[in-house]
Design a protein around this ligand. Structure first.
Ligand code: FES
Length: 97
């Protein structure tokens, strides 16, 4: 769906649902998600519809995903780092006790 307009200079690798994905230092997790073959970040709690990052500025909350075990992170506001583990969020956020 989306692609970079230039070649990556500072290549990082993050993991999305267990699959390695190329990323660039300084970009958001949402930007990386939008470049994937399946460009969605979460499924809705009631109807399980796929949602993808939309506003890219912290307003719509369609970009929520789990990052390094923390659920409901706004991926458009989260810069990538080497070794980050991203899991697309399905349904409601799990509460950890
Ligand atoms: S894309 Fe809208 S809050 Fe992240």
């Amino acid at each position: 769906m989306f692609r970079k307009l230039h070649e990556s200079h500072a290549g990082l690798t993050i993991e999305i649902d267990g699959v390695p994905a190329a990323a660039e230092s300084g970009e958001s997790v949402a930007a990386v998600l939008l470049r994937q073959a399946e460009p969605w970040s979460r499924k809705t709690a009631v109807s399980q519809l796929k949602r993808a990052p939309y506003c890219m500025m912290g307003v719509c909350f369609d970009c929520l995903a789990e990052i390094d075990g923390v659920a409901s992170v706004q991926t458009c506001l989260k810069p990538v780092y080497q070794g980050m583990r991203v899991a697309r969020q399905v349904g409601r956020r799990r509460l950890v006790r």
